[in-house]
Design a protein around this ligand. Structure first.
Ligand code: NCD
Length: 319
């Protein structure tokens, strides 16, 4: 995998990757998709020696299970580390927990945590190889990469195109990764939603009216309202009128002559940000994102397993 020997051992953010590494992940995702098409199970012999764990300290359906499938389809041993029943509950630190997994023979841990930027502290001295499966409101880089692969895989040109991310971008870690990724491929990103929900970033344009955003959009990316992160009436007062102002249905899209691709990372709240007629239509790429999630996550695991980093684990202090 070429320049992948510099692939980071702690993958926290889209900013941790070079453009070439991202391009290479897209290529390998496509190769995996061909190799495993039609539900074929064709593990790679060379990956049987590796062990990969997932540890999810926040709820998940898609991310955890697509990593679990990616790990096993590659041919690696899969350990589902149940953090809720672990010694983390006895006051053990995350670092000690990760070191324990490493000494037990685990090569990579895919970690989801509610703490934003938790991975940064491990970058200089990784206790184990780590992949960010979503850290608080900070980032969700593997989701953004599989979204990019889905767009490319659909044959959609990004250069010069406008992608509008609609919803609670302020609290959406997926958005925070997408705005670092999509402009690298020449796409313009608009964030649309009630002003209280908008994330401010130098790479984006902010729009508070859906009509105005739709008029400029080539691709839509819908977000769930991140209610679990709302702790003030400023955010909750918007719930009732949300669908009317920022939810999409087929009628709204047709009215604006915008029968364009619609992505969603899931889980979707049907009838809130997206109506079921859009979800059931050919415009909706959400299920393709799920299909592709396994192939892109395999590519990420391959790159990290093969990066040749021999510096992982505990380094005793010399006395
Ligand atoms: C997202 C997440 O957990 O950040 N879901 C996912 O991983 N597919 C988005 C969300 O929860 O809204």
């Amino acid at each position: 995998m070429g320049d992948m020997n510099k692939f980071p051992s702690v993958f926290e953010s889209i900013d941790d990757l070079t453009f070439e590494q991202i391009r290479s992940l897209l290529t390998v995702s496509a190769q995996n998709k061909i190799r495993f098409q039609d539900r074929q199970f064709a593990p790679y012999e060379s990956y049987r020696k590796y062990v990969v764990a997932t540890s999810f300290l926040e709820h998940s359906t898609r991310t955890k299970h697509s990593f679990g499938l990616a790990i096993q389809k590659l041919g690696c041993m899969y350990v589902d580390f149940n953090a809720e029943k672990s010694s983390l509950q006895k006051g053990e630190s995350i670092e000690e927990t990760l070191l324990t997994l490493w000494y037990q023979g685990v090569d990579i841990c895919v970690l989801r945590t509610s703490v934003s930027n938790q991975f940064s502290e491990f970058k200089n001295n990784p206790p184990i190889k780590l992949i960010n499966g979503g850290d608080g409101i900070n980032e969700h880089p593997t989701q953004a990469l599989l979204d990019l692969f889905t767009l490319v895989d659909q044959g959609l040109e990004l250069n010069g195109k406008t992608i509008t991310i609609v919803g609670d971008s302020k609290h959406s870690r997926v958005t925070h990764s997408l705005v670092r990724l999509l402009p690298q491929f020449g796409a313009k990103v608009i964030l649309c939603g009630p002003k209280e929900y908008l994330y401010e970033d130098k790479n984006v344009q902010l729009v508070t009216h859906l009509d105005e955003a739709l008029a400029q959009s080539d691709i839509l990316y819908m977000l769930r309202i991140q209610k679990e992160r709302h702790n003030s009436p400023e955010y909750t007062k918007i719930y009732e009128s949300y669908h009317q102002h920022f939810g999409i249905d087929l009628a709204k899209l047709k009215k604006h002559n915008k029968t364009i691709p619609v992505l969603h990372p899931g889980p979707a709240n049907i009838g809130v940000e997206i109506a079921s007629d859009v979800l059931k239509s050919e415009l909706f790429l959400g299920y393709q994102q799920v299909v592709n999630s396994v192939y892109t996550r395999m590519a990420i695991l391959m790159a990290m397993l093969e990066n040749g980093d021999k510096t992982i684990g505990h380094k005793p202090v010399r006395l």
